[in-house]
Design a protein around this ligand. Structure first.
Ligand SMILES: [Zn+2]
Length: 299
């Protein structure tokens, strides 16, 4: 499942590829991908004729700003892919559910074998920010609060560890206000947005903390270590264009695989030596998901 680094890689490439393009036509061949709308025609009518002004990201969501003041929101779910295509006359990949064609040529395909992902057009509330404040052609404004106001459907999301600045004190207070295991807390999108099964394991290894350590039991040194591990691990993964695993389907905008899987310290490395102490990495089934960690380096 794509997490923050994979979605951020897409955002960066989309910013270069689609900002300024006008949407000529949209076709929907699987209504489940646009299920928040009454019907595919309503979804299409909010997009056709509009020009793309910005591409932002919040957690695992892509936010494509339109000149109407509305936002096309894309969530890849388990297996979604966004692909930039140059020649729309070539046969579409299998499981292409939505195809966007640009007036300037080429298009953007949404492909999703398992159909857990979705696209929807968010219309800002009447008293919210209108087109005047949202039409600037910026990419990655770093203002998560403004994005949440513009897209009320995403107001439930917690802070974005790349877009939102947070002090260690504040992060520590948030950790202490809960009493849950660190892994489920990092994966709770209402606490922090964008982290899933893979990066939570990598972050906790980097921080030297166990998946089941209670969030209110951390010393201030451990809080700082966790915060730093979170920001640095995600930043590294973005630099390496995200992770593509053998059994999963992440592809970037051009259909290429990521490069970060070669850098994983513990994830999917059961019985291989821990990079720090050489003891074998352990896998446990926890809450229905596999968790990878080192019994010696993580306390
Ligand atoms: Zn170790």
């Amino acid at each position: 499942m794509p997490e923050l680094p994979e979605v951020e890689t897409l955002r960066q490439d989309l910013g270069r590829e689609v900002v300024g393009r006008k949407i000529k036509s949209v076709s929907v061949t699987n209504g489940r991908s646009v299920r928040r709308h009454a019907n595919p025609r309503q979804f299409r009518s909010l997009l056709e004729g509009r020009t793309i002004r910005s591409v932002n990201r919040l957690g695992k969501y892509l936010l494509i700003g339109l000149d109407s003041g509305n936002t096309l929101v894309v969530h890849l779910g388990m297996s979604g892919q966004l692909l930039r295509v140059r020649n729309i006359r070539e046969p579409k990949p299998k499981h292409t559910h939505v195809a966007v064609v640009f007036s300037q040529g080429g298009g953007l395909y949404y492909v999703d074998p398992r159909t857990f992902g979705e696209l929807f057009v968010s219309v800002p509330p009447e008293d919210g920010p209108g087109p005047a404040t949202r039409s600037s052609a910026t990419v990655g404004t770093g203002d998560g609060a403004a994005l949440r106001r513009a897209v009320p459907e995403l107001s439930h999301l917690g802070f974005d560890p790349v877009e939102d600045v947070m002090s260690w004190d504040r992060f520590g207070a948030l950790l202490r206000s809960r009493k849950v295991g660190l892994k489920p807390l990092l994966m709770d999108q209402e606490f922090v947005a964008g982290i899933g099964n893979l990066y939570s394991d990598e972050i906790l290894f980097s921080a030297g903390l166990r998946y089941d350590r209670l969030s209110n039991s951390l010393s201030s040194t451990e809080i700082r270590r966790l915060y730093r591990a979170m920001v640095e691990t995600l930043g590294d993964a973005i630099k390496h264009r995200g992770s593509t695993l053998a059994d999963e389907q992440y592809r970037d905008l051009f259909g290429e695989v990521g490069e970060y899987q070669g850098q994983h310290q513990v994830y999917d490395r059961e019985r291989q030596p821990c990079p720090r102490c050489r003891n074998p990495v352990v896998r446990v089934k926890w809450g229905g998901r596999s968790t990878f960690f080192c019994e010696h380096c993580q306390i």
